[in-house]
Each structure stands twice: as structure tokens, then as C-alpha cells.
Design a protein around this ligand. Structure first.
Ligand SMILES: Nc1ncnc2c1ncn2[C@@H]1O[C@H](COP(=O)(O)OP(=O)(O)OP(=O)(O)O)[C@@H](O)[C@H]1O
Ligand SMILES: [Mg+2]
Length: 504
């Protein structure tokens, strides 16, 4: 199906998120949309999907003007969408979510649920996704929920398919599978819009590339363009794609983990005897395929896991058994993996989110009342420094673009005097310019003498930041290796091979 957007304009109050955008996606084409955080990509797709009504402009499918008054209309017209922020019903099962919105719901729904189950199994088989049709969505990790969104979008045989940053929470193998499926669908005549910040993916699958900046189309790029060319088109300036970092000068042992175990509700050890030491002034990267205990380990550090054994000592003080509040008060900063759930309160403003962990003391609260001037000045400074794109500090965080939400978390966590900094997937969803900035901030934190843990599934990120690398597999650390360890060795370790075995 051919998709054409003509002169789409969408305003939110004084902000013009889409400014007369024209876009044509022909059948049999993968069209990448590139642009900075807050450029207006998701807004444009939400207009297409009937979630927002455009202030101006038209949507055409096969040259016919469409009028969508909601996503139901868009779906019926043949548009499928994988949203950047998950839109599933948490209390429903995977199969029920996939079934939702399908036209042919029969009385009782029983037969259709059977069909939906089969569909889930069939599509997850094709992708190598391991998704149980009967699992409740709220019990699934965010990465698996994303797979459910993909299954849902694929289950409708849409003529136009939109993928809004689907790969942010996928493993490299799953990403490759998804790109394979996208090519297959394209060859079958589907028009595909693909949004990603990962330039490698763009160059790999794009047939055409449109770049959006500040709500306007600023140009088209060829898939043969270099990373540097794409980056500068997006951001409007040259971007440093490598991190400038001096060798670490580590000090004393600061964080010492000894035989840490984390058990899930069934009593299974998801972190299984981890012992690690991080020194002041060094970055320890924890690499590994998603779901090998990294998330639970970082959560255990911050008192967010209920069943933890072993010891976690920071600067000589035991952290196990403490509440998240006490760990933060001990000087730890944390960028959680699932920022929407654990890092932010979407209904609160940017300013309120920036002071979340300090709502009960100086400098913002004195004698029980909020010192608004101080808070405003602080929030304004953070907004500027982290280049958070928003109307102002009073904007609700839920209204920010995905990447800008991530910047709010980083801006808050890096605004205190830290004795420990732990960042899980710190640049997930960020544009190349913002990644450059965040890397500089993490390295500066290290250079200030703070012990830093970066958990990342991206080997590029591990290579850019690490002073040492610990690789996790099935809840255990398979080895701690130097930062210059070759990628193929890391890859084998991520599949569970001990480093000695790999080297031999
Ligand atoms: N519902 C809303 N109300 C107010 N402003 C909004 C709303 N949705 C989006 N915006 C604003 O519109 C602008 C574009 O946001 P959008 O989410 O489209 O960006 P994006 O290009 O998808 O960015 P990212 O790469 O970070 O996902 C941002 O400034 C955002 O704050
Ligand atoms: Mg977006």
C-alpha cells in the first residue's frame, strides 16, 4: 500500500511538533525516519495512527484521503504500528493483547483466543522469539513486552507498517531477525516506516532515509551515507562518535560484592553468586545478553529486590537490606533500565521529577515548604545543560519524547555528589548527539573519583566506556576482562564460555 502524508502540522500549545511534513512511502520500501530526540517522529506516526488529529494536512493511502478518528480507523485502513512506548493491556495475556482490536471477535471470543494463541506461536517461531501466549503481559520484562508489540503488529497483515524504535530493547540477534522480517515484508509489497537511532541499522535496511529536525523535513539521505554524515544531518553539527577518555586512575576498592544472589518469586537464583569489586575512579561495564541477571543485580544494589543474599559493601558500609531511599542517601545514583516505570513519574513536571529523590530536605525543602525559586533555578540549569527539549520546566514528563525522558533521569541522577553511579542502558533511545554528551558525563563522573557501573547489551557502548568488562551469563559472572578484549571473545563469553577457554 502507498502512504502519503501531505503538509502534516501538529501543534501542542505553542509548540509545533510537526511543521508541514511531507512524506511518501511506496509499497515495497523501507523508509527510515531519522531525527534528534524530540524532532517529532513519534508525533507524526501518532497522527498517522489516528491517536492525534493533525491541525493541518492530509493522510492518503493509495491516493485516497483518509479520515481517522482513532486507531481503530487506522487499523481498519491497513496500518499497523509498533509503538515506542508500550501500549499493551498489562492485565491481559499475550494472546489476548494480540487479539484486541481484531475485527472478527466471535461471540464468546473462545475460538479467536485459540487462533490468537496459534498466531503468537507461529510468529514467535519465525523470529526466534521465546514468548508464551498465555503469560500475563505485566509479568514480562520490558524487552519481551516489546516482542509482543511486534507480534501484534505483524498479526494483522497490514499494508503500511510503522516501527517506532522497536530495536531499543531487542538483542542484536533479535534485531537481525526483525530486519530480516522487515525485508521479507517489503519484498511482499508492504510499505514500512522504520524509526531508530542506531545508524548501523539504518544503513543496513533503509531504501530511503528522511531526516527530521525541529518538526520539519530537512532532507533525504542515501543509505550509503556515512555515520558522520547521517549524524550531522540529524543534529545539525558534527558529532564526535568516539569517546575521548584518558586511562583510568583507579583508587581504593569502593564497591565490593561478595557472593551476591538474587532469587525470584519461585526461589530460582537469577543472580547466582556474583563477586565483583569496583574501584573509585573506574568504569566497570557489565556486558551480556539481556535477561542474564544484570537487571536484577543492579536492582539488588538499590534495595529494589526482595530476596537477596551475600554482601554488598560501599565504602565499608553494608548496603544489603537497605531501602532504596537509604541507598540513595548513601550517595548512590541510579539510572534504571525501565525509566518509565522506575525512574520517572509521568504525571509530574520536569522540575518535580528532577527533585524526586530530594523531596524531604535541603536545598529544595526547608521547614516543610518547597523553595520554588531554588527548584526553578536548578531545573532550568539542568534543562539547558542536558539539552532537554521541552516547552519548559513545568511540562509534564509523560509528554516528553522518549529520549528526552531519559535525559531527565540522567540529569537528576548526575546532579548530586555521588559515591557510586550505576547506569543500566544509559543511552537507550538517545540520539547520537545526546549519546556523545552522556558519555562525556559518565567519563567525567569517573574522573571525579566515583566508582561507576555501566550495564549495557551494546558492545559499542561497552567498548566506548569500559575500563574493565565483566560478562554475565545465566546469573553468573563468566569473567572479568580488560577493556581491549576483542569482540569475538566477548561474544563467546556472552554465550557462556569462560575467558580462559576462549583464549585457549
Ligand atoms: N501529548 C503531547 N503534549 C505536549 N507535547 C507533546 C506531546 N507529545 C509530544 N510532545 C512534544 O512534541 C515534540 C516531539 O516529540 P516526539 O515524541 O514526536 O519526538 P521524537 O522525534 O519521537 O523523539 P525521540 O527520538 O526522543 O522519541 C517534543 O517536544 C514533545 O515534548
Ligand atoms: Mg519518539
Amino acid at each position: 500500500m502507498k502512504l502519503e502524508l501531505r503538509g502534516i502540522t501538529k501543534r501542542f500549545g505553542a509548540l509545533t511538533a510537526n511543521d508541514h511534513i511531507d512524506l511518501v512511502v511506496t509499497p515495497g520500501e523501507i523508509h527510515c525516519l531519522l531525527g534528534e530526540n524530540g524532532a517529532g517522529k513519534s508525533t507524526l506516526m501518532n497522527v498517522l495512527y489516528g491517536l492525534y488529529r493533525a491541525d493541518e494536512g492530509e493522510i492518503l493511502l493509495d491516493d485516497e484521503v483518509q479520515r481517522f478518528s482513532g486507531p481503530g480507523d487506522a487499523m481498519r485502513a491497513g496500518i499497523g504500528m509498533v509503538h515506542q512506548h508500550l501500549m499493551l493491556v498489562p492485565v491481559f495475556t499475550v494472546a489476548e493483547n494480540v487479539m484486541l482490536g481484531h475485527e472478527s471477535t466471535k461471540a464468546g471470543g473462545r475460538l479467536d483466543l485459540e487462533a490468537a494463541r496459534a498466531r503468537v506461536r507461529e510468529i514467535s517461531g519465525r523470529f526466534g522469539f521465546d514468548v508464551d501466549p498465555d503469560a500475563r503481559v505485566e509479568d514480562l520484562p520490558v524487552g519481551v513486552q516489546q516482542r509482543v508489540e511486534i507480534i501484534k503488529a505483524l498479526s494483522r497483515n497490514a499494508g503500511v507498517l510503522v516501527f517506532d524504535e522497536p530495536t531499543a530493547v531487542l538483542t542484536p540477534q533479535e534485531t537481525d531477525e526483525l530486519m530480516g522480517i522487515m525485508r521479507q515484508l517489503r519484498d511482499g509489497g508492504t510499505a514500512i516506516v522504520f524509526i531508530t537511532h542506531k545508524l548501523r541499522e539504518v544503513r543496513e535496511v533503509a531504501d530511503r532515509i528522511t531526516v527530521i529536525r525541529l518538526g520539519k523535513v530537512v532532507g533525504e539521505a542515501e543509505p550509503t551515507a556515512t555515520n558522520a554524515e547521517l549524524a550531522s544531518l540529524m543534529v545539525g553539527r558534527a558529532v564526535e562518535l568516539t569517546v575521548d577518555k584518558a586511562p583510568a586512575e583507579p583508587g581504593a576498592d569502593a564497591l565490593v560484592l561478595d557472593d551476591v544472589r538474587v532469587f525470584d518469586a519461585n526461589g530460582t537464583a537469577v543472580v547466582d553468586g556474583v563477586s565483583l569489586t569496583v574501584r573509585a575512579g573506574e568504569i566497570l561495564a557489565i556486558a551480556g545478553v539481556q535477561g542474564n541477571g544484570q537487571t536484577e543485580l543492579t536492582e539488588a544494589l538499590f534495595g529494589l529486590q526482595a530476596r537477596v543474599s551475600g554482601s554488598i559493601v560501599l565504602d565499608g558500609r553494608e548496603l544489603t537490606g537497605r531501602t532504596p531511599r537509604q541507598v540513595l542517601d548513601a550517595g548512590a545514583g541510579f539510572v534504571p533500565e525501565d525509566r518509565q516505570h522506575d525512574g520517572l513519574v509521568p504525571e509530574f513536571t520536569i522540575a518535580e521529577n528532577l527533585m524526586l529523590d530530594r523531596a524531604d530536605g535541603e536545598p529544595f525543602v526547608k521547614f516543610g515548604s518547597l523553595r520554588l525559586k531554588q527548584l526553578a533555578a536548578f531545573a532550568e540549569e539542568r534543562l539547558k545543560r542536558f539539552d532537554i527539549r521541552a516547552q519548559g520546566i513545568g511540562t509534564r514528563v509523560g509528554r516528553l519524547s522518549g529520549g528526552n525522558q531519559q535525559k531527565v533521569v540522567l540529569a537528576r541522577e548526575l546532579s548530586r555528589d555521588l559515591r557510586l553511579f550505576v547506569a543500566a542502558q544509559p543511552t537507550r533511545g538517545l540520539d547520537v548527539g545526546a549519546i556523545e554528551f552522556v558519555y562525556q558525563q559518565i567519563v567525567a563522573t569517573r574522573d571525579a573519583g566515583v566508582p561507576v557501573i555501566v550495564v549495557s547489551t551494546e558492545l559499542d557502548e561497552v567498548a566506548a566506556l569500559a575500563d574493565r568488562i565483566a560478562v554475565m551469563y545465566r546469573g553468573r559472572v563468566v569473567g572479568v576482562v580488560p577493556a581491549d578484549t576483542p569482540r569475538d571473545v566477548l561474544g563467546l563469553m556472552m554465550a557462556g564460555e569462560a575467558p580462559q577457554a576462549v583464549a585457549a
